[in-house]
Write a protein that binds this ligand. Structure first.
Ligand code: R5P
Length: 289
């Protein structure tokens, strides 16, 4: 019978260790080294004979990670693993799912092809499925899509009285609606118009009737934070309470997190799919199951 051996990749040590403890699995040992010329070296020290190797990988900022990950997978196979499963709690490169302009690469497809050529199975949490309905449209390896919404709903129930769930754009409806239905509260979904990386407009209807609620903005990704800040600004203009901002994946760059915290918001909370100081909702149970 094949057993599992758990590898942590690119900073998901806490998550990987907790999952290994829950599954009573061993942690795999390996060395990754970068030579002075920038090329990489990978060596797996653990015997993986007839085992399923499960790699818990922090794939935020994936460009520098994909090649070392491929080398690690090659080394794992050479150590005898029967199967490699990649757990990427945050799956990058899902937002470019069409050519928005002529001449563009559809990066989601390219990334999916590279990952599918490297691992046997991919497990991820709330990937940005917008125009794709399933990862199987672009991934040829086996895929499993999990949702953070049960954990998000439990966090809201434990921490917020009288919440009003708000999805800031039509794509977020799937997360906002599911969460609101799980915890039986009101929800609404707004319209967003994006003009640039840091330039978004939100259409906000009159929701002043919810002045005794705590707005909870729920989205899959917080990147620059502009979507949340724009929404929060409308709430302030309408005299509503400061919102709690929940993102499954906090892929903040530069000082975007600080800027979001300094805006008209009560709190910013993310799931630990990407390691960040805003992490407040754990995914160990969701993944270990
Ligand atoms: C995109 O459609 C996603 O669901 C998020 O709404 C988006 O990535 C948020 O980006 P930002 O924080 O830069 O406004």
């Amino acid at each position: 019978m094949s057993t599992q051996i758990i590898f942590s990749f690119a900073g998901h040590d806490a998550l990987a260790t907790s999952i290994a403890e829950k599954l009573n699995s061993a942690m795999g040992e390996y060395t990754l080294h970068q030579f002075p010329d920038g090329e990489s070296y990978a060596r797996v020290l653990s015997d993986c004979t007839n085992q399923e190797a499960v790699i818990i990988a922090n794939m935020h900022k994936p460009n520098d990670k994909l090649l070392p990950l491929s080398f690690l997978c090659d080394a794992i196979r050479r150590q005898g693993a029967s199967k490699i499963t990649l757990i990427a709690p945050y799956l990058p490169y899902m937002r470019q799912d069409i050519q928005f302009n002529p001449g563009e690469s559809i990066t989601s497809r390219v990334f999916a092809g590279l990952v599918s050529a490297t691992v046997d199975k991919l497990i991820t949490i709330d990937p940005h499925l917008h125009r794709y309905h399933s990862l199987d449209e672009i991934y040829t390896c086996e895929t499993v899509t999990l949702s953070a919404m049960t954990a998000v709903g439990e966090w809201i129930t434990a921490n917020i009285t009288n919440p009003l769930i708000i999805g800031p754009d039509s794509e977020s409806e799937q997360w906002a609606k599911t969460t609101a239905e799980n915890i039986q509260c009101d929800f609404l979904v707004l319209e967003k118009h994006r003009h640039g990386d840091r330039d978004v407009d939100i259409d906000m209807p009159d929701i002043s009737r919810f002045s005794d609620h705590t707005p909870v903005l729920v989205d899959d990704i917080i990147s620059t934070g502009r979507t949340m800040i724009e929404t929060a600004t409308h709430l302030q203009e309408m005299g509503l309470r400061r919102p709690v901002c929940i993102g499954v994946h906090g892929v903040f760059s530069e000082d975007d997190y600080q800027k979001l915290c300094a805006a008209y918001v009560e709190q910013v909370v993310t799931c630990d799919t990407v390691v960040h100081e805003s992490n407040g909702i754990g995914m160990v149970d969701t993944l270990a199951q």
